[in-house]
Design a protein around this ligand. Structure first.
Ligand SMILES: [Zn+2]
Length: 276
């Protein structure tokens, strides 16, 4: 399940594979995931384009291309990874996988593929203006947002803080696992209303979120997953959950049994003692 740190890793993979390369052939194999256009139009717009940069906002990558002579608006390929998408760098002799939704042939003889086992996420070919607008609707990036934004924005939200953190229009890129991790580190009960949090608590949450996401991005960049306090416990608990229905795992800080709840449709682990 990719979260922001994984997608930050995807960005690096896409950058290494695509930047400076010319797309000799573009194939859009899933006309359901490709929004607002047909595969034929999308292929025609991307073919022959040189990639200038790759940017990430939340779980979406934007692949920017260079405008050709007389063309004022070069197309941007937007790839949203949803829960299960990932980039694949390979060569044309690898058979096409059922889950390959986009295949870009590059002028160095390699191939970049967008593979997604489920159809969550999307593929779009848009203009620079449209991508700026899409990025804006996603909310600011969790890795870059200042504490002042959280303080102001949370004060108006009357919903569980965990649910607000998962809302992609509020903050792009925080998934279930890192939201739990940050709330645990900041000592905040995930069920509390966002607007009731004190300023110092929001500042603490902001620092925790940044620290955790940065650690995860760093680990991801060397192909590992970050060792975070709740993560191991979570994995043990979900194995138990499959077996018995009521996991018994201890808080990594105080060792008392962790509680679990569904918030925003996602399983949430928290400590009733450390998180108030
Ligand atoms: Zn605890």
């Amino acid at each position: 399940m990719p979260e922001l740190p994984e997608v930050e890793g995807f960005k690096r993979i896409a950058e290494q594979s695509l930047v400076g390369r010319r797309i000799t052939k573009a194939r859009f194999l899933d006309d359901w995931m490709l929004k607002d256009t047909t595969p034929w139009t999308a292929q025609r717009r991307m073919k022959g384009k040189r990639v200038t940069s790759v940017d990430r906002r939340g779980k979406m990558l934007a692949v920017f291309t260079k405008a050709e002579k007389g063309e004022h608006d070069a197309p941007v390929l937007a790839l949203h990874f949803g829960m299960t998408g990932r980039p694949i760098v390979t060569t044309p002799d690898e058979p096409i996988h059922t889950w390959d939704r986009v295949i870009l042939d590059l002028d160095d003889g390699t191939q970049f593929r967008y593979r997604n086992s489920r159809r969550l996420g999307f593929v779009r070919v848009v203009t620079r203006n449209e991508i700026a607008d899409m990025a804006w609707r996603l909310g600011p990036d969790a890795l870059e947002v200042p504490a002042s934004y959280l303080i102001e924005a949370l004060a108006t939200r009357d919903a569980a803080i965990k649910a607000v953190l998962l809302d992609q229009s509020f903050l792009a890129g925080v998934g279930n696992i890192y939201a739990d991790e940050a709330l645990h580190a900041a000592g905040i009960n995930p069920l509390r209303s966002a607007k009731d949090l004190a300023r110092e608590e929001v500042e603490k949450l902001h620092r925790a979120l940044k620290r955790i996401l940065e650690r995860a991005v760093k680990a991801q960049s060397v192909g590992r997953s970050a060792r975070l306090p709740l993560l191991g416990v979570r994995e043990r608990a979900s194995r138990q959950l499959g077996a018995s229905g009521s996991p018994k795992v201890g808080c990594p800080r105080c060792q008392r049994p962790l509680k679990f709840a569904k918030i925003g449709g996602r399983t949430t682990f928290y400590c009733g003692n450390c998180q108030r």
